[in-house]
Design a protein around this ligand. Structure first.
Ligand SMILES: Nc1ncnc2c1ncn2[C@@H]1O[C@H](COP(=O)(O)OP(=O)(O)OP(=O)(O)O)[C@@H](O)[C@H]1O
Ligand SMILES: [Mg+2]
Length: 401
């Protein structure tokens, strides 16, 4: 299994585990809430019964006892008569006045009690209560403890989620910088190790030319080309890691040079076409930019797998000051869901691919050329367009016709 699939599998496993924890916590709290709600209804019933005893009895000791029972109950409640008028309240805001509503000469905030009553009606069925032969209703709402318990799992889960998110961000950024270090170190070491044999090979070729008088020999010329190519590869590797110097170049010319170099090295079944504005300029590091174009062209060739065409077009947006480089092929296409995934290291659909080409390309465009690269368009079985966006430094007026 490649690392990309492995990472995806881990993600799903962790997500499933998080869902189990979250639903377990919600389930247990809702079980607690149900139990407490049941016990609060019993309390409200006991309160209603004690009220009835107080109001229906004239035995003093019994009254004291019943009042104590009544006052030990903490569930907020309102008693109404059969018509729905508020008679009494319990456990509500005492600053709004408390007991015996309405009573002559006593000021109270009727709206507050009415609102509370409406809220209680929405929460629980009322308890019927006979007081002095009259029917009354006891409405009640959850105690503050129960209300807090209801929201507790959401607060708890949000705090855990924020914590996990912070931990994940810290962990992945430290892992990324670790990976960067390995990657940069490896690239620089490779360039360093290649340097000495390449210089020797150059010197040997010069010697060979002299010794065998082979200045115009085709074989020697080919050998020289390959060594130069090796030099370019080593140069590319050495440039990874340290911010490369960007120089202003005509984008069309740079891309065309590489396309011309590339197209003679692939099958004749694939045709190449270059078009667009030849006057747009951008800050470019040629060895790295050639590498970018090479990766895109190689992928296009792999996607075509046989006969097809590759089109490279340079255009610009004057208002936004941007240069676009569009590489279009007539290959197998990329599913929409994979437009971002193709840039992840390790993602490949090729048997012998490493899935590194596009992640390297993105790094070179984003980090080293301050640009962007993305899949502009793709249709399965028809083809794909990758777009690179660079900042337009200025237009080359001298070469304008
Ligand atoms: N032009 C394209 N058309 C269709 N699919 C593409 C194209 N370019 C890239 N892909 C898809 O994106 C994947 C990743 O590309 P990337 O260049 O990163 O890796 P690779 O080509 O598979 O291997 P390598 O490391 O050798 O470049 C490819 O395997 C392919 O599935
Ligand atoms: Mg590739």
């Amino acid at each position: 299994m490649n690392p990309y699939q492995q990472k995806k599998r881990w993600k799903y496993l962790l997500l499933a585990f998080a869902c189990v924890i979250a639903s377990g916590s919600l389930f247990y709290t809702s079980y607690l809430v149900k139990n407490i709600a049941r016990s609060e209804r019993t309390r409200a019933q006991v309160w209603a019964m004690s009220m009835r005893q107080i109001l229906n009895s004239d035995d003093n000791d019994f009254l004291k006892y019943t009042i104590a029972v009544r006052d030990s109950l903490v569930v907020p409640a309102i008693v109404t008569d059969a018509k729905g008028d508020i008679r009494l309240s319990r456990g509500l805001d005492t600053t709004k006045t408390y007991i015996d509503l309405p009573s002559p000469g006593k000021k109270y905030d009727l709206k507050y009690f009415k609102d509370e009553l409406e809220y209680m009606k929405g929460q629980h069925e009322p308890i019927r209560l006979q007081i002095l032969g009259e029917e009354n209703f006891v409405y009640y709402k959850d105690s503050p403890l129960l209300t807090q318990l209801k929201i507790f799992p959401y607060v708890q889960l949000s705090v855990i989620a924020v914590f996990l998110l912070m931990a994940y961000t810290a962990f992945s950024s430290s892992r990324k910088s670790e990976q960067d270090q390995v990657w940069v170190g490896l690239a620089k070491e490779t360039a360093h190790q290649l340097g000495t044999p390449i210089s020797s090979l150059m010197a040997w070729i010069e010697l060979m030319k002299e010794k065998f008088n082979a200045e115009d020999d085709v074989l020697v010329a080919e050998m020289e080309n390959d060594v130069k190519r090796l030099e370019i590869v080593a140069d590319r590797f050495s440039k990874i890691g340290s911010k490369p110097v960007l120089e202003e170049h005509g984008v069309y010319a740079v891309v065309k040079d590489f396309v011309d170099y590339f197209k003679v090295r692939v099958s004749k079944n694939i045709t190449f076409e270059m078009s667009g504005n030849p006057h747009l300029k951008a800050g470019i590091n040629i060895p790295l930019f050639d590498w970018v174009i090479e990766n895109l062209l190689k992928n296009a060739v792999n996607a075509i797998d046989g006969k097809g065409s590759i089109k490279v077009e340079i255009s610009g947006n004057k208002v936004k000051n941007q240069v676009f480089i569009d590489v279009t092929d007539t290959g197998k296409g990329i599913p929409r869901s994979k437009f971002d995934t193709v840039f992840q290291p390790g993602y490949t659909t090729r048997k012998r691919g490493w899935g590194l080409g596009l992640s390297l390309t993105k790094r070179m465009i984003d980090n080293y050329h301050n640009g962007q690269i993305f899949v502009k368009d793709s249709e399965l079985g028809k083809g794909t367009t990758f777009r690179i966006v660079l900042k337009n430094t200025r237009n080359d007026k001298q070469t304008k016709k």
